[in-house]
Design a protein around this ligand. Structure first.
Ligand SMILES: Nc1nc2c(c(=O)[nH]1)N[C@H]1C(S)=C(S)[C@@H](COP(=O)(O)OP(=O)(O)OC[C@H]3O[C@@H](n4cnc5c(=O)[nH]c(N)nc54)[C@H](O)[C@@H]3O)O[C@H]1N2
Ligand SMILES: Nc1nc2c(c(=O)[nH]1)N[C@H]1C(S)=C(S)[C@@H](COP(=O)(O)OP(=O)(O)OC[C@H]3O[C@@H](n4cnc5c(=O)[nH]c(N)nc54)[C@H](O)[C@@H]3O)O[C@H]1N2
Ligand code: SF4
Ligand SMILES: [Mo]
Length: 882
């Protein structure tokens, strides 16, 4: 088998992978030579083989649900876009794209919309992710530039995580920083929740939601007071210092006042301020807790201000560091995926427009910014946008006010969706579905969080009729009459044109790939990871090392920032603050990680984290189904009562979609008021309330194929992939009629021998179907609570080719008579180790992470579960009790 070096398709760490494939069977390993991960992978990267099967793939173009040829689909898309533009003008069409496209794809989509259609209505899901950081970078540095590199994370003596749960969301980088702690690196986490990252930190500041600007402004005032400002650096390299000093003076910046406003203890706040003042080598990471806010730009700027004032930028181990989420969020920012930039870090100025027009020989260049994601879907909703093309993103799940987005999609005259999967929530609204190559098949470049361009390479043959995204777009462009400008024969050609654009008439744009302009196809294939700007001497690790910034006067700008509260305050009707985010082993809308049994075990179903005090008030106990309501929608999720939440704050994961849990979706609830500058929605704060769902019956259904819940029943429904079967969990309200209707719907079409145990009086039902000696389905229902068996043993029976007598005897009990069952929550996804096994090892004397690893294997592969294991160790218990 040939070994291919490629990169992971998930987070912005951009880990290198060595992959081998035989057909669709894949094995992956961390690439020891890739500078981002040096051989490590996290649980998601490790489980890639589980997610590359062809099940659920979109393998042929479809028009109105009917398979068709590429020629026909391409013609229709081109005709409908052209007609709409002819009738209603270029602003009546839009592309909504994604940081999961390759740079080549992004470049082509942007060129078509901004250069040839003549509108700038192309925006990327990075609007929901990075837009505030982009705006802050532009304001402070003059361009969207990430100053630092991963080496700075190794070298720093202090790392501050602002709204960043790195232990779960950038696990491999987090491992690197854990290693640095051995030589004394300190960690401070600023997050309203006690995340795993916070749990492991030296100091956790559980600040009141959306009080970050106050905290960072207070820090700057403190640094001024204690002489920690680098006056020489400010004098030579920074403008705007005076204005910031003045604006700070308008508020009481005493630590006591700041601590009170941020809901922190004075001692914790002081500890952070003193540590920061005393540690020149500081990296401040900021992520979604900063960006996804109606004051996201101010949060970013407040952090940049502190680093500029202290000169902690452009130096080894010292910088502000906006970490990217998606594998190619950076590529999108570079090529012009955002509606308010042109391409290659050029904006809608007269000079830039003229230059881009020349470079593309663009007949119809857009002259003004287009609609940003939230506005774009509003425009779809009110009919201004009449044709929409969605590529590599799932807005029906991931946009705020997801119900309104669904309504907008349903009403849009023409919706095209390019995806690798056939049945995403968004694809359900598509008039035309276009099959894209997925990871493992597609080939091109991505840029990670530290500006490092890496090759993603194909490991497997393209399945069915799936095509690369750039090619799909280029063919539509040609069918719209722009053949000459879109007639690349290979992705290498697209890349060369892109590289040429970065270098074109470039006197001062930092984003420059000049030396890559002449790459031969072979050199493109072999391209080694390199950080831009690329110079004849190679890549550039760190920016601003000489203190010069790409502004008119060469100075960075400090910008005054105003500390505001949340955009929408809680009140009597909605007294709680709903925060949303990620879980450890799932990726976004589950179209890929949802296919993996091992990745589905750590957080198998939608949940809501609630502080004990709030739970008590509502009479909600741990494990109870709970309704979460906001002004926009409602969801039902399993309550987890935990003091990791601040009182008054609840948290729901963003991941579940209608395909997996129709009632468990977070985003129909999220209000998402946007930052006035960046247009990024506030995903982390929506006023909400909770109450018990009060189901009267519950059950589960295991079957080989996924089943959708029947319509018209009062049901809470969620699904999780197991090895060899799908687990459907449900709970409902109402009487026996509802249960009967569900049972009928579930057993429809099932053949084979039925085993049945029914206690109609007691409301208990157990039913299994066995066909050709193999298990076809199992249904358990009960009106009592707490009387359902663990699902593991039953689920494992689906892997058997032939059921034994004991298996059959146990079917309606739910476990094999006499045999011990391993149950309990999964802790280590890589080695499949559950909590009880770890507890047993600890009880038998394993007193450290390494000892637990030696005894059980847990935590020895990717390490994502190490914080969780640490919490189980007696030493950590005493630490937290203290
Ligand atoms: N496992 C996993 N990893 C991923 C992803 C995934 O889906 N799954 N997605 C990738 C992507 S695209 C992204 S963007 C990144 C995101 O990575 P992160 O930003 O680390 O992830 P989130 O969980 O969205 O949010 C981070 C934290 O912000 C906190 N927060 C909420 N409100 C506030 C506030 O007012 N102030 C502060 N300081 N913090 C607040 C939340 O409590 C949360 O713990 O992860 C990437 N990595
Ligand atoms: N409540 C809440 N909502 C959030 C967030 C939050 O923190 N809270 N975070 C936001 C953030 S930061 C982000 S980045 C978004 C992510 O949200 P989305 O981008 O909507 O999430 P994904 O599930 O990654 O969607 C990617 C889609 O592209 C498909 N796909 C994968 N690879 C390819 C490819 O190569 N080509 C094509 N054509 N399709 C492909 C996948 O099958 C999937 O359908 O969610 C945002 N929404
Ligand atoms: S940290 Fe995990 S998800 Fe992110 S790139 Fe590396 S292996 Fe992939
Ligand atoms: Mo993101």
């Amino acid at each position: 088998m040939v070994e291919t070096r490629t990169t992971c398709p998930y987070c912005g760490v951009g880990c290198g992978i060595t992959a081998r494939a035989e057909g669709r069977a894949l094995t992956v390993q961390g690439d020891a030579d890739h500078p981002a991960n040096l051989g490590r992978l996290c649980s998601k990267g490790t489980a890639l083989a589980d997610t590359v099967g062809l099940e659920g793939r979109l393998l042929a173009p479809e028009i109105g649900g009917r398979e068709t040829s590429w020629a026909e689909a391409t013609r229709l898309v081109a005709r409908r876009f052209s007609e709409t533009i002819a009738r209603h003008g270029p602003d009546s069409v839009a592309f909504y794209v994604s940081g999961q496209l390759l740079t080549e794809d992004y470049y082509v989509a942007n060129k078509l919309m901004k250069g040839f259609i003549g509108a700038a209505n192309i925006d990327t899901n990075s609007r929901l992710c990075m837009a505030s950081a982009v705006a802050a970078h532009k304001a402070a540095f003059g361009a969207d530039l990430v100053p630092g590199c991963y080496e700075d994370l190794d070298l720093a003596d202090l790392v501050v995580f602002s709204g960043h749960n790195a232990a779960w969301t950038h696990p491999v980088l987090f491992r690197r920083m854990e290693a640095a702690r051995d030589r004394g690196q300190r960690h401070v986490v600023i997050d309203p929740r006690r995340t795993d990252t916070a749990e492991m930190a030296d100091l956790h500041l559980p600040l009141a939601p959306q009080s970050d600007v106050r905290l960072w402004n207070g820090l700057l005032a403190h640094l001024m007071d204690c002489g920690a400002v680098d006056q020489a650096y400010v004098a030579t390299h920074v403008s705007g210092y005076g204005a910031v000093v003045e604006s700070l003076a308008r508020d009481d910046q005493s630590p006591a006042a700041v601590a009170a406003d941020c809901g922190l203890t004075l001692a914790d706040l002081r500890a952070f301020y003193d540590l920061f003042a005393a540690t020149p080598r500081t990296v401040s990471l900021f992520s979604m807790g900063a960006n996804q806010s109606a004051q996201g730009v101010a949060k970013g700027l407040a952090i940049l201000n502190v680093h500029l004032a202290t000169g902690r930028i452009g130096k080894p181990g010292a910088c502000p560091f906006s970490i990217t989420g998606q594998p190619n969020a950076m590529g999108g920012r570079e090529t012009g995926g955002l509606a308010n930039t042109l391409a290659a870090h050029m904006d809608f100025t007269e000079v830039d427009c003229a230059r881009v027009e020349r470079f593309w020989s663009a007949p119809n260049l857009a002259r003004k910014p287009g609609l940003k994601a939230v506005e774009m879907f509003e425009a779809v909703g009110d009919g201004r946008i009449k044709a929409l093309w969605v590529m590599a993103t799932n807005p029906a799940v991931s946009m705020p006010r997801a119900h309104a987005v669904r309504k907008a999609l349903a009403g849009c005259p023409f919706v095209v969706v390019s995806d690798c999967m056939a049945y995403t929530d968004t694809a359900a609204f598509a008039h035309v579905k276009l099959p894209a190559l997925a990871w493992g098949e597609k080939d091109g470049t991505v840029t990670n969080s530290e500006r490092r361009i890496s090759r993603q390479r194909a490991v497997m043959a393209p399945p069915g009729q799936a095509r690369p995204d750039w090619k799909i777009i280029a063919e539509v462009a040609a069918a719209m009459g722009h053949g000459e400008a879109f007639n690349w024969r290979s992705n290498a050609q697209v890349f060369r044109e892109w590289a040429r654009m970065t270098a074109y008439e470039n006197s001062g744009r930092t984003l420059d790939l000049g030396p890559l302009v002449g790459l031969t196809p072979e050199a493109y294939d072999a391209l080694a990871p390199v950080q831009w700007p690329v110079t004849p001497a190679g890549g550039t690790a760190r920016l601003f090392t000489d203190g010069r910034f790409p502004t008119a006067d060469g100075r960075a700008r400090m910008v005054p920032t105003l500390a505001l509260g949340p955009a929408e305050a809680t009140d009597g009707a909605f007294p709680l603050a709903l925060n949303t985010g990620r879980v450890r082993d799932h990726w976004h809308t589950l179209t890929r990680t949802g296919l993996s049994a091992s990745l589905s075990r750590h957080a198998p179903e939608p949940y809501v984290d609630v502080h004990p005090a709030d739970a008590l008030e509502q009479g909600i106990a741990d494990g109870m189904l709970t309704r979460v309501r906001t002004a926009h929608g409602e969801a039902v999720a399993l309550a987890r009562i935990t003091d990791a939440q601040r009182p008054g704050c609840i948290f729901m994961p963003m991941h579940w979609s209608a395909a997996y849990a129709p009632q468990g979706m977070a985003n129909p609830l999220v209000s998402g008021p946007v930052d006035p500058i960046s247009g990024q929605p506030e995903f982390k704060h929506t006023p909400a309330r909770i109450q018990a769902y009060r189901e009267t019956w519950r059950g589960f259904f295991l079957s080989r194929a996924a089943v959708a819940p029947p319509e018209g029943l009062d049901l809470v429904w969620r699904r999780a992939t197991q090895d060899g079967c799908q687990l459907h969990e449900f709970a409902g309200r109402g009487d026996a009629d509802q249960r009967d209707a569900l049972r009928k719907a579930l057993s429809r079409g099932l053949k084979g021998q039925a085993l049945l145990l029914e206690d109609a009086q007691g409301g208990r039902l157990r039913e299994a179907f066995v066909q050709d000696d193999r298990l076809a389905s199992v249904l358990f229902m009960t009106v009592e609570t707490g009387r359902l068996p663990p699902r593991d043993w039953l689920s494992a029976l689906f892997a058997k080719d032939q059921l034994s007598e004991t298996d059959r005897a146990g079917l309606l009990i739910g476990f094999a008579p006499g045999a011990p069952v391993e149950t309990g929550p999964l802790v280590c996804a890589c080695r499949s180790v559950r909590r009880p096994r770890i507890e047993a090892a600890i009880a038998q004397g394993a007193a450290s992470l390494d000892a637990v690893g030696a005894a059980t294997g847990a935590g020895t592969q990717c390490g994502s579960c190490r914080p969780e294991i640490t919490r189980m160790l007696p030493a950590s218990e005493t630490r937290h009790a203290a």
